[in-house]
Design a protein around this ligand. Structure first.
Ligand SMILES: Nc1ncnc2c1ncn2[C@@H]1O[C@H](COP(=O)(O)OP(=O)(O)OP(=O)(O)O)[C@@H](O)[C@H]1O
Length: 312
């Protein structure tokens, strides 16, 4: 196994990078890093700059400003040995439909100098062993996507770049793909995933980088982003009898569903509020606490970014 996978080793370093295509600033002053064993997600709407960042990490394009290092080297230096350590699943995987899964993966394995045994192993890893000898033209989108993932996993890459790997997959297939991603990260790979959907990333991404029109709006773990956003927490208190509910609850809460009151509070005030609710003893039947969803977090950071640029 390559030394680059030593726990905590820097796999990707993007420092103050800009990329311009003529008048279009696809990426502006972006810095991000991924360590060995870490899964980092690039999240953003269409045109946010996710694919451009992946192309920069693959060395397919060069930055207009700033610096990109992958496994300590310039990815655009065209060193084939360094390229072996990078696995890439493009956004739109296209395979020759007349070939079988085994033939296609065998072709990519030969390109990477991998032994034939790896083909069978990887077809098993992505759950395609049984379909391997059918032409991929007869496969579902999810099966083709998993073949793309198997191709990206050839040669045990130290860095895995997955560009919108779950687009078009049903929830069960998304779950199994993300399960695979987690196990690769546990084995020491650095994984970068791009996606439109922040809500998919709970329990998957160690860190999330939210992008909008080429710049980073926020980055951190989902827990850190929640703390940063300070979005209100919703508390629903159900009482035995509204008429005998504590005075403060009737005053401060919004009555819903006959027997319940909705309250909101800042994250730091949550425990104090729950203590007040608990002091209501017999009058209180139930309490539910709802933290902001990841979609609400995403909307918050997008809106904040647009406010700062005077776009709203
Ligand atoms: N080769 C190119 N020439 C000109 N403009 C480009 C080129 N590639 C990308 N862009 C522009 O750069 C911006 C960022 O594009 P990019 O493909 O990186 O976004 P993305 O976040 O991957 O979007 P999507 O979710 O739609 O794939 C867009 O405005 C896009 O039109």
């Amino acid at each position: 196994m390559s030394t680059e996978r030593t726990a905590g080793g820097r796999i990707v370093d993007v420092v103050a990078v800009a990329k311009r295509y003529g008048p279009v600033e696809a990426v502006r002053d972006v810095s991000l890093a991924a360590q060995a064993g870490e899964c980092v997600a690039l999240v953003g709407h269409n045109g946010a700059g996710k694919t451009t960042l992946m192309k920069l990490m693959l060395g397919l394009i060069r930055p207009s400003a700033g610096r990109v290092a992958v496994l300590g080297a310039d990815p655009a230096a065209r060193d084939p040995a360094a390229r072996r350590h990078i696995g890439f699943l493009p956004e739109n995987v296209a395979f020759n439909p007349a070939l079988t899964g085994r033939e296609l993966l065998g072709f990519y394995a030969r390109l990477k100098g991998e032994p034939a045994g790896e083909v069978d192993r990887l077809l098993g890893v992505v759950g395609l062993a049984e379909a391997a000898d059918r032409r991929v033209g007869t496969w579902s989108k999810g099966m083709r996507q998993r073949l793309g993932l198997a191709q990206a996993l050839l040669a045990q890459p130290a860095l895995l770049l997955l560009d919108e790997p779950t687009s078009g997959l049903d929830p069960a297939l998304r779950g199994s793909l993300y399960g695979l991603v987690r196990s690769l990260a546990r084995d020491g790979a650095g994984v970068l995933i791009s996606t439109h959907a922040l809500s998919e990333l709970e329990g998957v991404a160690d860190r999330v980088v939210i992008l909008d029109r080429g710049r980073v709006l926020a980055s951190g773990s989902l827990a850190e982003l929640r703390r940063l956003a300070r979005l209100p927490i919703r508390v629903r208190v159900t009482v035995e009898e509204p008429a005998t509910a504590p005075d403060w609850l009737r005053r401060e809460g919004a009555r819903v569903n006959g027997h319940a009151f909705d309250l909101t509070c800042a994250p730091d005030d949550k425990m104090a509020l729950l203590r007040r609710v608990a002091a209501g003893e017999g009058a209180i039947r139930d309490v539910e606490v709802a933290v902001p969803t990841v979609d609400e977090l995403y909307a918050h950071f997008l809106a904040r970014g647009q406010d700062r640029e005077g776009l709203r």
